[in-house]
Ligand binder design. Structure first.
Ligand code: FES
Length: 159
């Protein structure tokens, strides 16, 4: 038997239940192959993505975090994915400051009919993270980010 010596990064996948999660489900039921890198958590909407979950994921040893939701205009809560995108962009900038490479945190739109796309996203992200290697976290920088109030403010309209 051939031994597989390739390192498989661990990816925390935060998926909206209506689109991205259904896309992942379709990839599974259609038997579309993809690496066993994602650990999936299902959310009602990508807007439920709390920056704290992402930081906690890295602290718990994940090498990357994928946030995926419905395509723009298709969010089941109207504009949740727009809020998620804004929050995500800010968080990504801050994580760069903590030495977390952009390959490790990605956001994608995946519909319930896009099982192939889900598999493709996982393939691409796994390869991206393989290139940068295992995560080396700067704990002190994360502490500074956790004190950034802008990240933790409620999004407009969500109060
Ligand atoms: S319901 Fe899917 S992103 Fe909002």
């Amino acid at each position: 038997m051939k031994e597989n010596k390739e390192w498989i990064p661990k990816i925390l996948a935060l998926l909206c239940r209506w689109c991205a999660y259904a896309g992942a489900d379709l990839a599974g039921t259609s038997r579309i192959p993809y690496p066993p890198s994602p650990r999936i958590i299902r959310f009602p909407c990508s807007a439920r993505m709390d920056p704290y979950f992402v930081i906690k994921g890295f602290r718990e040893g994940f090498d990357g975090v994928l946030v995926a939701g419905c395509h723009p205009g298709d969010c089941h809560y109207s504009v949740g994915n727009y809020y998620a995108r804004r929050r995500f962009m800010l968080l990504k900038e801050l994580l760069l400051f903590a030495g977390i490479e952009p390959e490790r945190i990605q956001m994608r739109w995946i519909s319930a009919a896009e099982g192939k796309k889900f598999a493709q996203v996982v393939n691409e992200m796994t390869e991206d993270i393989r290139r940068v290697g295992p995560l080396k976290l700067k704990e002190e920088a994360l502490e500074i980010i956790l004190k950034k109030e802008e990240v933790w403010q409620p999004l407009p309209g969500s109060e």
